[in-house]
Design a protein around this ligand. Structure first.
Ligand SMILES: Nc1nc2c(c(=O)[nH]1)N[C@@H](CN(C=O)c1ccc(C(=O)N[C@@H](CCC(=O)O)C(=O)O)cc1)CN2
Length: 297
């Protein structure tokens, strides 16, 4: 293996510490703690873990955590009423509705009900539009975390060729927008892209967010490329009955060709919650009308 390992876990720890310092400053200035509300509908095991970790890390950063756990058969109207109540609560700076939602609830309708200025997930169309047009707003946590890791590793990204594999609203599309904003030349590839390996081989930066275990192989990569693996796929492990997590990149072969690569777990994943805390303290300052150097985080 020749690639450097990009340690997202360590970077996320540093970011959480900086958010913690900012949270102390916010409380000193306003006399109240910044607050994040997280809404979980149903009992999806992975979502339960993510929501528990969000709550713990919010408290550890010195902010208030408000958890709303609703049964799986909650009606769409009742969920929208909870979101409205959080929109109107001055103690709540950021609102996040954990995805996926049960099939009977329209995700877009729920996201559209969140006040865009409390939308710390950056999923509301107003924030999507702000990102696309270069206005200040909120950017989805996972792609923003990827850009932070890339800038930490490479410094300026200007002029680099980037390929994003995947076109989801949560990762692929905002990732492409963020890379354009960093003056990269961006290609968005997906399951129907012709000669995907050839397209990927042109890239200085590869972001894999396609949800297919170990799809991107080492011989698809330009030697020295920086590889960001957003995939979190649970597959059967070597031992019978055991599972393991793998990314969308075949780590073993890719690490022989890439210049740097994020592991799974411990790469992009931990950045998601750390950036959520970052977005929450940013929201708290903006909504209180307080000056704050967001780029220093
Ligand atoms: N409203 C939202 N829903 C979802 C989001 C989101 O950003 N907003 N993202 C994902 C889930 N997610 C946070 O919600 C999340 C995913 C992964 C991790 C993480 O730390 N992964 C670890 C491995 C964890 C494990 O062992 O399973 C890693 O990759 O190292 C944190 C948060 C979907 N829903």
């Amino acid at each position: 293996m020749s690639a450097a390992i990009i340690d997202g876990k360590a970077f996320a720890e540093g970011l959480r510490a900086r958010v913690g310092t900012a949270a102390v400053g916010f409380e000193a200035k306003t006399g109240r703690k910044a607050g994040l509300a997280v809404v979980l509908v149903g009992e999806d095991p992975a979502s339960q873990v993510y929501v528990r970790n969000k709550g713990k890390q919010t408290l550890a950063a010195g902010m208030n955590s408000f958890e709303h756990k609703l049964p799986a058969d909650t009606s769409e109207a009742d969920l929208l009423a909870v979101v409205e109540q959080l929109n109107n609560d001055p103690a709540v700076d950021g609102i996040l509705v954990q995805l996926p939602l049960p099939a009977h609830i329209n995700e877009q309708k729920v996201i559209a009900t969140i006040n865009p200025d409390k939308d710390v997930d950056g999923f509301h169309v107003v924030n999507v539009g702000r990102l696309a047009t270069g206005l200040p707003g909120f950017v989805p946590c996972t792609p923003l975390g990827c850009v932070m890791l890339l800038k930490d590793r490479l410094g300026s990204l200007s002029g680099l060729d980037a390929v994003v594999i995947g076109r989801s609203n949560i990762v692929g599309k905002p990732m492409a927008q963020l890379l354009i904003a960093q003056s990269c030349t961006v290609t968005v590839a997906h399951s129907r892209t012709k000669d995907l390996a050839e397209v990927v081989r042109r890239a200085d930066i590869v972001v894999a967010a396609v949800g297919r275990p170990e799809m991107v192989k080492g011989d698809w990569l330009k030697p020295g490329a920086t590889v960001i693996d957003v995939g979190i796929n649970r597959v059967s492990g070597a031992e019978e009955g055991k599972t393991k997590l793998v990314g969308d990149v075949d780590f073993a072969s890719a690490a022989n060709v890439a210049g740097a690569i994020t592991p799974v777990p411990g790469g992009v994943g931990p950045m998601t919650i750390a950036v959520l805390l970052r977005n929450t303290i940013v929201a708290a300052h903006r909504n209180a009308g307080l000056p704050f150097d967001e780029n220093a985080l």
